[in-house]
Design a protein around this ligand. Structure first.
Ligand code: C5P
Length: 208
């Protein structure tokens, strides 16, 4: 069993950038578990299947190929929205959690990021980080990213979306987003990604 670094937190808190940087630094494999929910949602949307049929969604979840996940084809807003809807279904979560747990056994170690890694997927992980930032800061970062991409963006709509996603992720009955009791909190509202990385590195080095 490799060394598992569990990184959780709400959408747009900086988890993705931080997780990739940590994985690179330690030579660990990285799994962005949000992509497993997004890939399941995209498969349902592409096939024109309903998003509220748990059996159908579970079959799609079991067919997800962890090797073929690519954020650039899964980043669309409708896919994120559909992902957070199917993520409330226990059978979908069970299927994806099994695949994520199998991934977490890879050597020499892994970084998994998502919403329930420290609480459900890898509860015995020796390093758990809960990365967060205020909804305003997260919406601003997403807005800046879209604008930097040369696309039109509406701050109020993005802000409303961040809050809606938080409500759904924190309010669901199965595996709600919350910090594990033994997670280290990293609030990046007023912190650069570099400072967050240094904070994380100090915590990981102490546990290795
Ligand atoms: O992180 P990302 O925005 O790509 O995740 C999409 C959706 O997948 C989230 O809003 C959340 O509902 C769900 N998700 C989850 N558990 C995870 C990762 C993502 O429920 N471990």
């Amino acid at each position: 069993m490799g060394f598992v670094i569990a990184i959780d937190g709400p959408a747009a808190a900086g988890k993705g950038t931080l997780s990739r940087r940590i994985a690179e630094t330690y030579g660990f494999q990285h799994l962005d578990t949000g992509l497993t929910y997004r890939a399941t949602a995209k498969a349902l949307l592409d096939a024109g299947l309903p998003l509220d049929d748990e059996d159908v969604a579970e079959k799609m979840a079991r067919a997800v190929d962890l090797g073929g996940l690519d954020r650039s084809v899964l980043s669309r807003h409708e896919i994120g929205e559909a992902a957070s809807r199917i993520a409330v279904m226990p059978a979908v979560r069970r299927a994806l959690v099994e695949a994520q747990q199998a991934f977490s056994k890879r050597e020499p170690g892994t970084v998994l990021d998502g919403r329930d890694i420290g609480t459900v997927v890898c509860p015995s992980s020796p390093v758990k980080l809960y990365v967060t930032a205020s909804p305003e800061v997260r919406a601003r970062r997403r807005y800046d990213e879209i604008v930097a991409d040369g696309k039109p963006a509406d701050f109020e709509a993005i802000f409303a979306d961040v809050r809606k996603r938080d409500e759904r992720d924190m309010g669901r009955a199965d595996s709600p987003l919350k910090p594990a009791a033994d997670a280290h909190l990293l609030d990046t509202s007023e912190m650069s990604i570099e400072a967050a990385f240094q904070g994380a590195k100090t915590i990981i080095d102490a546990a290795l």
